[in-house]
Design a protein around this ligand. Structure first.
Ligand code: APR
Length: 208
């Protein structure tokens, strides 16, 4: 009997629960270090100067080597809510997409729109470069202070909306750095599914 072979996307594929699929794309959630991912691209939580820093940004530059910073210097910067792409240097991923999320202040300074923009711009760049798999960290939820539950909903809804409209990606993976962040993402996936079911029921109306 033929077995279905699945592309290998690195060590986390062993720990991956497929949380849901949207059209032809798998969305998965894992706990881990994003620098180990073998997706075509990994996303960096960068700053607008592309100047490097701590957190996941520091880890990516350390693991990928100086080639990534050289490429960032040439690009020069990236507005908050958008993203740029460089080669992946020594990383297993061929590309790094540097996405700039907002610093969270009180939620009234366009943070949601900017965070959503960072995810959408990253996905757009992946398609422009004909990439099929991408791994995201929880952008803005570390040094930039975005509450994880709010950020998870924006990340998951933005990705889901994009995948409903656009073809080309086979895997979008969220790589969370702690058990508690992973738990929030899992819970948010359930909540979004529940919200959609309720909305579908309302649209169909009673007795349908
Ligand atoms: N793999 C996956 N996730 C990681 C890793 C890693 N190796 N290291 C940290 N994280 C997680 C953090 O736990 C957090 O949930 O990434 C998330 C984003 O945190 P930060 O890296 O602090 O990013 P952000 O909040 O967007 O702040 C960006 O920090 O380092 C600077 O240059 C960066 O100025 C920019 C700012």
């Amino acid at each position: 009997m033929p077995t279905l072979s699945r592309p290998a996307y690195g060590e986390s594929s062993k720990r991956t629960a497929v949380e849901r699929t949207i059209r032809n794309t798998i969305i998965s959630l894992v706990k881990g270090d994003i620098t180990h991912e073998q997706t075509d691209a990994i996303v960096n939580a960068a700053n607008a100067r592309l100047a490097g820093g701590g957190g996941v940004d520091g880890a990516i530059h350390r693991a990928g080597g100086p080639e990534i910073m050289e490429a960032c210097r040439k690009i020069g910067g990236c507005p908050t809510g958008s993203a740029v792409i460089t080669a992946g240097g020594r990383l297993k991923a061929r590309f790094v997409i540097h996405a700039v999320g907002p610093v969270y202040s009180d939620g009234r300074h366009g943070e949601d729109r900017l965070l959503s923009g960072a995810y959408a711009a990253s996905l757009e760049l992946a398609l422009q470069h004909d990439l099929h798999s991408i791994a995201f960290p929880a952008i803005s939820t570390g040094i930039y202070g975005y509450p994880i539950d709010k950020a998870a909903r924006i990340a998951l809804e933005t990705v889901a909306g994009f995948l409903r409209a656009r073809d080309g990606l086979t895997l979008v993976r969220f790589v969370l750095f702690s058990d508690s962040d992973l738990a929030v993402y899992r819970q948010t996936v359930q909540q979004i599914a529940g919200d959609r079911e309720a909305q579908d029921r309302r649209t169909r109306g009673p007795g349908d």
